[in-house]
Design a protein around this ligand. Structure first.
Ligand code: GLN
Length: 311
């Protein structure tokens, strides 16, 4: 391996063909310092040369400029030392939209699309009504959930009636909120109200004014070895005390004070937390509590309805 990297660092001119061979070796080599998935390497190459994927097949003899090669090598080095591709490119696709990300935000995961999908399914299944509806996203991070939902809710198909959705998105981190606001802007979503807040604390009034509350809170156990591989992302977005359940418990227990009777709560959680999260919802007065699996077949999202007549 040291040979591959030494070669790459010397800045000797390289063609796409040669780099493809190099990255193939790096992706296959177990001894490489922190193995890097092949698609990260090829996506990074495409990002640096600013070309579509087909270029790697049609233009194998293209020789990278000195600047391109050196930028490619710097990124390669960072990925080999734990920086995720999304932090190098500064972007991540989610729900067919593009999101800017940086070290202040969690990188959107495909699993979280299940939360978006479930929330939309529920909204579509409700009898349409005129007037204002409200949705709250707690711990919005990059804004991927709030922006995707707001984007869908403003589409033609979702607005057959005079029903209008206002999305409120909160995060403790002012830096994350800047990213989320930017993501709302680039995706053409105007209707999101961003608030800097620790969970519900910054909401104007404690009253049941939301129809839907969604959250992908930190839920990894503080002693989980999985965390060691997630060093680049903000720990406050990933990990929570009490076996990873502390923030979920708080969010669920407070939710009835902010949700209309019959309103929906949707929480993302760890693959082994389904039973515990269902129990917290049930104990907090939620009904029709159920867990939905992610694309990998693991428990990932739990939903429930705020008890009718409670508020
Ligand atoms: N699903 C993420 C992971 O396990 C964690 C996301 C979160 O803590 N909210 O990598």
């Amino acid at each position: 391996m040291t040979k591959i990297r030494a070669d790459m660092m010397t800045g000797t001119p390289k063609t796409i063909k040669q780099i493809k061979q190099d990255i193939q070796k790096i992706a296959n080599d177990d001894t490489v310092n922190g193995s890097v998935p092949l698609f990260w390497l090829s996506d990074w190459l495409l990002h640096v040369i600013d070309k579509p994927a087909i270029f790697l097949i049609t233009d194998e003899n293209y020789q990278l400029t000195e600047d391109e090669l050196s930028r490619f090598n710097v990124g390669l080095h960072k990925m080999q030392h734990g920086t995720p591709l999304a932090y190098l490119t500064g972007q991540q696709a989610f729900w067919s939209l593009d999101f800017k990300v940086n070290e202040h935000t969690l990188i959107p995961r495909p699993d979280t699309e299940v939360l978006v999908e479930q929330t939309l399914n529920w909204i579509k299944s409700q009898p349409s009504s005129d007037g204002q509806k409200r949705l709250l996203d707690l711990g919005t991070g990059s804004g991927c959930i709030a922006v995707s939902l707001a984007y869908e809710l403003q589409q033609e198909s979702m607005s057959k009636t005079a029903e209008r959705w206002q999305v409120v998105a909160v995060d403790l981190s002012a830096e994350a909120l800047k990213v989320a606001e930017y993501n709302a802007a680039i995706n053409g979503v105007a209707d999101i109200h961003f608030i800097q807040s620790s969970w519900y604390d910054g909401l104007a009034v404690e009253e049941p004014s939301f129809d839907v509350i969604v959250s992908n809170p930190p839920y990894i156990d503080e002693s989980d070895e999985h965390l060691a591989r997630l060093t680049a992302e903000p720990i406050s977005a990933l990990s929570a005390p009490n076996h990873g359940l502390a923030d979920i418990e708080y969010i669920v227990q407070q939710a009835p004070s902010y949700l209309h009777a019959g309103g929906l709560l949707v929480i993302e959680h760890g693959f082994a937390q389904g039973i515990a999260v269902r129990q917290v919802l049930t104990e907090s007065g939620f009904t029709e509590v159920r867990t939905v699996k992610d694309f990998g077949g693991n428990d990932r999202v739990t939903l429930g309805h705020n008890r009718l007549g409670q508020n």
